[in-house]
Design a protein around this ligand. Structure first.
Ligand code: PHE
Length: 359
């Protein structure tokens, strides 16, 4: 089409179309889009005006004026419609329902520590008060540190595939060199003793793993380990520290008893029972009856302990003739359940906010 005809048609069409286009725009965004179709960088009028130089000289002035005039009209109409839309929006807001400034705001939920983590911190704090250092150890561990250095014989049932998660690792010819998920935190005894010299008082807590899965066992659970080594440490120190610890957590009147038991890395070894904090039989003085937690005995088994076996000292290069020490390990899950009356272990690992928000 020849350029003069293109100008005639373009200006006419623009003039006849912009009003309706603006009126049909129902909000600012639509209005701006309509405006851009005429005078935006690639709008119809903009493109036309770029062709001004192609016009024969004698028509240029006339078309120039007509184009500019249309452009101004469009700009005026655009701003008028913009003001109109803003006024209408404001009118709608004012005549609509009132904004209730007394409504409470929508809060952002703030996170919190998981009850297991909270309990872990509380337990560690009691030992820190007594002067223990806090140490850490890896969850993926060498067979050697989890079993061999602790004096487990190579055929001990705990080292079995039934009980332990082994980590597939290349080039491992013997079980003793295998890698596994630690089955207890006693690994930290080995690591710390290899790295440091007595006197030592260390606690460590973290995840441990065994191939168990039922109402009271989870394949991942949490243990806390503590040990002390020096010249002249005796079983009396062990009793004092553990009794103080348990009574600090559960109350000064909590009964605590020590029973002999076996762990390869302690001699003598023991287990500690404490009064059942669910039925509190020691306070009531009568038979415990139906308590499901202590099965009517009034006692709950809470930790394993003992005097560190001389063989462990030999494995870490300590002189067993000179040094003695004690060690203990306990389940942080079990203490958390007893403290808060949590009926099922699974609740602690289910991460259901309906449960967790109750703490
Ligand atoms: N590691 C033992 C267990 O997991 C507990 C324990 C630790 C026992 C330290 C004695 C001394 O069962």
């Amino acid at each position: 089409m020849d350029v003069v005809a293109a100008f005639e048609e373009g200006l006419e069409r623009g003039a006849s179309e912009y009003r309706t286009a603006f009126e049909e725009a129902e909000d600012e965004q639509a209005l701006r889009a309509a405006n851009a179709r005429f005078v935006g960088p690639s709008g119809a009028l903009t493109r036309l005006m770029k062709r001004m130089r192609e016009l024969p000289g004698e028509r240029r002035k006339e078309f120039g004026q007509r184009s500019n005039q249309l452009k101004q009209e469009i700009a005026a109409a655009f701003h008028a419609r913009l003001d109109g839309l803003a006024a209408a929006a404001r009118e709608a807001e004012l005549s609509g329902p009132h904004l209730d400034v007394s409504l409470p705001g929508r809060g952002r939920p703030v996170g919190r520590l998981h009850p297991l983590t909270q309990t872990k911190h509380d337990l560690l704090d009691v030992f820190v008060e007594m002067g223990f250092d806090v140490a850490d150890g890896p969850e993926v561990e060498k067979h050697e540190y989890n079993f061999d250095k602790l004096g487990f014989p190579p055929d001990h049932p705990a080292t079995d595939m039934q009980d332990t998660f082994f980590v597939a690792s290349e080039g491992v010819e013997s079980e003793a060199r295998a890698v596994l998920l630690r089955t207890h935190t006693s690994t930290v005894q080995v690591r710390e003793m290899l790295a440091r010299k007595p006197p030592l008082a260390v606690v460590s807590a973290g995840a441990t793993f065994r191939r168990d899965d039922d109402a009271t066992h989870s394949p991942m659970f949490m243990q806390l380990e503590g040990f002390m080594v020096d010249d002249g440490i005796t079983f009396a120190h062990l009793k004092g520290v553990l009794t103080h610890f348990l009574q600090r957590i559960f109350g000064r009147d909590l009964p605590v008893r020590f029973r002999p038991s076996y762990f390869p890395f302690v001699e003598p070894g023991g287990e500690v029972d404490m009064g059942c904090t669910i039925c509190r039989r020691w306070q009531r003085g009568d038979a415990a009856g139906e308590c499901r937690v202590c099965k009517g005995t009034g006692w709950i088994e809470i930790l394993g302990c003992g005097m560190i076996h001389p063989v462990v000292f030999e494995h870490v290069g300590y002189d067993p003739e000179r040094h003695t020490g004690f060690a203990f390990g306990l389940g942080v899950d079990r203490i958390t359940m007893l403290r808060h009356g949590v009926p099922h272990l699974g609740l602690l690992y289910g991460n259901d906010p309906r449960f967790l928000n109750q703490f």
